[in-house]
Design a protein around this ligand. Structure first.
Ligand SMILES: [Zn+2]
Length: 702
């Protein structure tokens, strides 16, 4: 995985800037105390251009604090309940030598009651996520929390431990297992693994706890919802490079942990950076509701496809009266629309599956636990949370469409839609992953798409094309800067960003404009309750101030993940990697046969478009390529070129092998650091991918 570490390492701009930081500090505190709307350098900020929260930001956070339900401390009790042992080592090393997990950097969150640059609700959530150790859910069910974005759960089976959701990477799973064994595990082995869903933070660490031979021999069952393998990577392949770039914003990958920067991700503190692997399931839950024993424990599985993930399932353990809600119900409003980009989810369906879980299991369950956050105990509390979450997603669907049916557009809905008061007062309905703002826009996107129906926005000019006219009509850059600064100093940050953004779009090299826009974004960022929104504003501020970091990015596609990619998906992706402008005039027909898995494809390049169809072969192809799928994977991983496969006879060609070269010449390396804010791009060196490499780069946690 490419990690925060890789990027921080490659931020020369910041490194150099630290040297001059102390000069700013003397002036900083005196001005900050006055409480001003003007941009004031911040004492202790990680960036030399970083600003303190303005009096407007202080006021916004103070107001938020006074309206939040702080009297309800049940989450704090629930998070503590069943605590067995802390994890003593704050850092967990990866086998590759770097730090895979670091809780030390989040200790500052517990050192103060409040921070004037962190929304009090987000601070509270981040403090809850700072808990780090082993917990009992009920006798026989245990969780290790705080070792990754997600939790790992151990359920006592007849012969060993049934593991739910083995985190993101091997090393943190091993550390969790060691802690668990030290106190509770009795030296018993893992007897089964259950992947609740397809997102990478629920399976990536499986190799830390399971030997694949034991899975192959049938000793350890690996259980997952139907079609699990088809969806583990498919969500992240086609638009993968764009998604990875957008993670810089949603997950604040460049931001140091700091009151002025990264303060956690809401679902958990961060994404671990060890080795990612995947062992394919051996048993799939196929029916809507299915009951069977896992290592002697009776389990009822409820498939919930196309909710939080394309494939997901809840599990009820009747003999323990324990309800596992996967990631369908956690202590947050989840993403309907996810900022890194993904097809918009269906909140109504999601709500209905929660309702079904309530009616099937929720009246009987005595404990409810999940793959993020902490459990809920007692029938009343379980039902309160299930009802609240059910209503939260249904309301978002219904009320947004209610408003859309009255003409409210995708460009207005976030300013109009409100979560009902009763739900706003429930901590577990607040927006630590999804926000009411971006989710409500997502609902409209799902049903009506991007267009607000005003023809002006139907085929608009690109921002860089229209911005110069705005700048001219507004009287030039000096005027915009002056007015922008005034609006900033009055706390009118969104208005200020409207006009200063136009200037930055028109004049990407205008440093004062970029600095002012960064100051504006920063205040908006400090005011956000939602970490994805906060990180996005702060990340844009960072890039405007320092540019996009340079240096090589680590490319560490996991072979396991590539193996999970079907040949069809791979061929489809080649069609995306191909720059069709380079393929004008080319045309061929090719057959691909992979004997070891019995697949065949007819592939055509025509009209500068690469297509493939599975199960067919062309009668008179220009080329037939025969290669075992297992060998093809070496090429997909980038370990062995297709040329080398042909040269040593691993792949057989019949016909004109030259077309492979022609096609290879049209393949483009995607830049994982393409420019988002104008004028922020340096000389990026793009890691080279082989022409027929698959490069999904990393699994995306959620
Ligand atoms: Zn997750």
């Amino acid at each position: 995985m490419t990690t925060r570490r890789d990027f921080i390492k490659s931020v020369p701009a910041v490194g150099a800037a630290f040297a001059i930081a102390p000069r700013w500090l003397g002036e900083a505190s005196a001005q900050a105390q006055e409480g001003t709307g003007a941009a004031t350098p911040a004492d202790g900020h990680f960036h030399p251009k970083g600003k303190a929260p303005s009096k407007f930001t202080l006021e916004a956070l103070k107001n938020a604090k006074s309206t939040l339900p702080f009297a309800d401390t049940r989450d704090i009790e629930e998070q503590k309940k069943g605590f067995i042992a802390p994890m003593k080592e704050l850092k967990i090393k990866a086998d590759a030598g770097h730090v895979a997990w670091d809780m030390e950097r989040f200790r500052f969150l517990d050192e103060k009651e409040e921070f004037d640059s962190i929304h009090p609700s987000l601070h509270r959530q981040s403090k809850l996520n700072n808990n780090y150790g082993l917990y009992e859910v009920i006798p026989g069910i245990y969780q290790v929390r705080g070792f990754d974005l997600s939790d790992i759960t151990f359920v006592r089976g007849k012969t060993g431990w049934i593991v739910f959701d083995p985190l993101i990477s091997k090393e943190v799973v091993q550390a969790a297992w060691n802690l668990f064994q030290e106190h509770i595990g009795e030296g018993l082995p893992v007897s089964a693994v259950i992947y609740s869903h397809t997102h990478g933070d629920h399976w990536g660490g499986v190799r830390g706890i399971v030997d694949e031979d034991d899975v192959r021999s049938g000793k350890i069952a690996v259980i997952a919802p139907i079609d699990f393998m088809d969806f583990t990577v498919s969500e992240n392949v086609y638009a993968g490079n764009a998604m990875n770039r957008r993670l810089f914003y949603q997950y604040g990958i460049l931001l140091p942990a700091s009151p002025y920067g990264y303060v956690g991700q809401g679902l958990g503190q961060a994404v671990s950076a060890g080795a990612v692997g995947l062992i394919a399931p051996t048993r799939y839950v196929e029916k809507a509701i299915e009951e069977f024993e896992v290592d002697g424990v009776r389990m009822v599985f409820q498939n919930t496809p196309n909710t939080e993930a394309p494939r997901e399932m809840n599990t009820y353990i009747p003999d323990m009266k324990a309800l596992w809600m996967a990631e369908n119900v956690t202590s947050t409003l989840h993403n309907i629309y996810t900022l890194r980009g993904a097809p918009v989810r269906d909140p109504l369906r999601w709500s209905k599956y929660i309702d079904e879980a309530l009616h099937r299991f929720g009246f009987e369950a005595e404990v409810m636990f999940a793959s993020h956050h902490w459990p809920r105990w007692g029938k009343d509390r379980i039902q309160e949370v299930l009802r609240g979450q059910r209503d939260l997603y249904a309301h978002m669907n219904n009320q947004v469409l209610h408003l859309a049916n009255q003409g409210v557009t995708i460009n207005e809905i976030h300013n109009v839609y409100e979560v009902p008061k009763g739900l706003q007062e429930k901590w577990f309905c607040r927006g630590y992953h999804g926000s009411p703002q971006h989710n409500s826009r997502g609902v409209i996107q799902r049903y009506l798409g991007f267009w607000d129906c005003n023809p002006t926005t139907l085929i608009p000019l690109s921002p860089a094309e229209s911005a110069p006219l705005y700048v001219e009509m507004m009287g030039g850059s000096e005027k915009i800067l002056a007015r922008g600064r005034e609006l900033h100093d009055e706390g009118q940050y969104l208005l200020a960003s409207e006009i200063v953004n136009k200037l930055v779009q028109a004049e990407p090299d205008n440093e004062p404009a970029k600095d002012l826009l960064a100051d504006i974004f920063e205040q908006v960022g400090y005011q956000q309750e939602n970490p994805g929104l906060r990180n996005s504003f702060l990340a844009a501020a960072f890039e405007l101030r320092s540019g996009i970091p340079q240096g090589e990015t680590a490319d560490s596609s996991s072979p396991d993940v590539i193996r999970a990619m079907s040949t069809e998906l791979f061929l489809n992706f080649l069609g995306i990697r191909m720059d069709s402008r380079e393929a004008e005039g080319l045309s061929f027909t090719m057959n691909l046969i992979t004997p070891d898995n019995g697949e065949k494809f007819s592939i055509e390049l025509s009209n500068a478009t690469l297509t493939n169809i599975q199960g067919f072969l062309a009668d008179d192809p220009d080329l037939t390529l025969t290669i075992n799928r297992s060998d093809l994977e070496q090429t997909m991983i980038g370990a062995k070129t297709l040329e080398a496969q042909i040269a040593d006879g691993t792949a057989k060609v019949d016909g004109d092998a030259g077309i492979l070269k022609q096609l290879a010449a049209t393949m483009v390396d995607f830049d994982p650091r393409f420019e988002i804010m104008p004028g922020t791009k340096g000389r990026t060196e793009v890691a080279h991918a082989e022409p027929y490499e698959a490069v999904p780069r990393k699994t995306i946690a959620e």
